[in-house]
Design a protein. Structure first.
Length: 159
């Protein structure tokens, strides 16, 4: 059986952005329609529209975590705290594995936004970028977390 990481990497290699690739790999089990997943994450590729800020893979992990474990009641401070702790754990796992959660740092780029034109996905592009592996790592981290933290384990999704 193909892992979420393998599926996410395959989506990235098809041309989807990093965030789309990760969330799309989990869309079915999150109850998210494919088109909704793609549109929701469209702005987050390249560290938010090539601003090179938070890596799109991390943004997608956190979107998925919100869908699976998030809170609804703004007065539920315990639920909010638990969810923020989850966010920090997930982002921390990505940082620990890859050294950063910031796109430009992961790519070794200078500070500031990049031009808005997406890079052409050529064989040379894939040789220079760690993105396919980052996409896989993000999905693997989320898959492992979801396996060890079933729905209902302190979340508010079912309410």
């Amino acid at each position: 059986m193909e892992s979420h990481g393998q599926r996410a990497k395959a989506y990235f290699l098809e041309g989807y952005n990093c965030a789309q690739s990760v969330l799309l790999a989990f869309a079915d089990e999150l109850g998210l329609e494919r088109d909704t997943a793609l549109l929701l994450t469209a702005s987050f590729g390249g560290g938010m529209g090539r601003l090179r800020e938070v890596c799109g893979t991390v943004s997608a992990i956190l979107m998925a975590a919100g869908l699976r474990y998030g809170y609804r009641d703004p007065k539920d401070l315990a639920g909010k705290r638990a969810h923020y702790q989850r966010v920090q754990e997930l982002a921390g796992a990505f940082r620990e594995k890859n050294g950063s959660i910031v796109c430009r740092e992961l790519l070794g780029l200078p500070a500031g936004p990049d031009r808005p034109e997406p890079a052409k996905r050529t064989p040379d592009y894939y040789k220079k970028r760690p993105c396919p592996d980052l996409v896989r790592d993000a999905a693997d981290i989320l898959e492992a977390y979801m396996r060890t933290h079933p729905v209902g384990d302190g979340d508010n999704r079912e309410k």
